[in-house]
Design a protein around this ligand. Structure first.
Ligand SMILES: C[S@@+](CC[C@H](N)C(=O)[O-])C[C@H]1O[C@@H](n2cnc3c(N)ncnc32)[C@H](O)[C@@H]1O
Length: 278
């Protein structure tokens, strides 16, 4: 067993990992992430204190499934892609999608999280890790900049301030010259105000900061971004696979203006540009 002592935003990765593990153990898994389940069984941590419900687990699995599907599509279209997975936590996305070695996959999270990942998961061809804050200015220079790039950030941007989040996006768009896609989930300002209802956030003592109402806000902020798709969490594809009481609740909430935008998933394209002038 590996003893894990994480706090704050880092500790929340255990809730999402556990959600995917519970989904894998369920009678009708959505994501079927058996590696997440194996990993939970190797970690010395009281997962029961998170009080995750079957609905929470299915919600985490649906979100991951949507982001997997956008990422897989990009890899299929661009077999020489770079995938930059920000705030990866202990997510097994690279193992679920198992990209060919022609894809360079970069998992980024805080140093102690990456240290834990390295102890739990095997290496893969084309796989790299960065142990640093995403807001750290130095690590991006190591990531190849001239290949089509898929940036995925799941359960991350809400932990950043708006200023840090926007600065990160600007740095990413400046760096990746061949263009690509950005996929992420977000809470609206209302979702941020209601963060006390989020069991995992409450249990870890983490604080959520950045609320985004629609991806158009980001496209307005940087014209290199173009919105391709948007999914409201209460209306997410596969919602019919939720356990019955949760399905009924999400159907009702999906019709309440404001509440129905509390959590969303976004896919944006960013345009290619030439090398930086000398
Ligand atoms: C809710 S967890 C999500 C983890 C993973 N994406 C998943 O879905 O299981 C939030 C993750 O964001 C990471 N995180 C938060 N702020 C960060 C920062 N400034 N730099 C790097 N990682 C950060 C945490 O360490 C944690 O792994």
């Amino acid at each position: 067993m590996i003893k894990v002592q994480l706090t704050g935003a880092e500790e929340t990765l255990l809730a999402t990992l556990y959600g995917r593990a519970l989904d894998a153990r369920s009678e009708h898994p959505i994501l079927g992430d058996t590696l997440a389940d194996d990993t939970v069984r190797r970690i010395d941590y009281d997962f029961s204190q998170l009080h995750l419900t079957p609905g929470d687990a299915a919600g985490v699995a649906l979100r991951a499934h949507q982001l997997d599907s956008w990422t897989q599509q990009f890899i299929t279209d661009n077999p020489n892609a770079v995938v930059l997975h920000l705030g990866c936590g202990l997510d097994t996305r690279v193992h679920r999608l198992a990209p060919p070695p022609t894809v360079e996959w970069w998992d980024v999270d805080q140093a102690d999280v990456i240290d834990l990942r390295t102890r739990l998961y095997p290496a893969r061809p084309g796989y790299h890790t960065v142990g640093a804050s995403v807001t750290d200015e130095t690590w991006l220079a190591d990531v190849p900049s001239g290949r089509p790039t898929m940036v995925v950030a799941e359960g991350l941007l809400m932990y950043l301030t708006e200023q840090d989040g926007k600065h990160l996006i600007t740095r990413l768009l400046d760096h990746f010259r061949a263009g690509g896609r950005l996929a992420f989930d977000a809470y609206s300002p209302l979702g941020i105000r209601l963060q006390g209802l989020n069991r995992a956030v409450r249990a870890s003592g983490a604080t959520l900061h950045w609320g985004i109402t629609s991806a158009a806000e980001l496209a307005d902020f940087d014209p290199r971004l173009r919105v391709l798709d948007e999914v409201k969490a209460f209306d997410i594809p596969g919602r019919d696979q939720l356990p019955a009481p949760y399905r009924a609740a999400t159907t009702a909430l999906a019709h309440v203006p404001g509440v129905n935008r509390m959590a969303q998933l976004h896919l944006l394209a960013f345009t290619p540009h030439g090398p930086a002038p000398a």
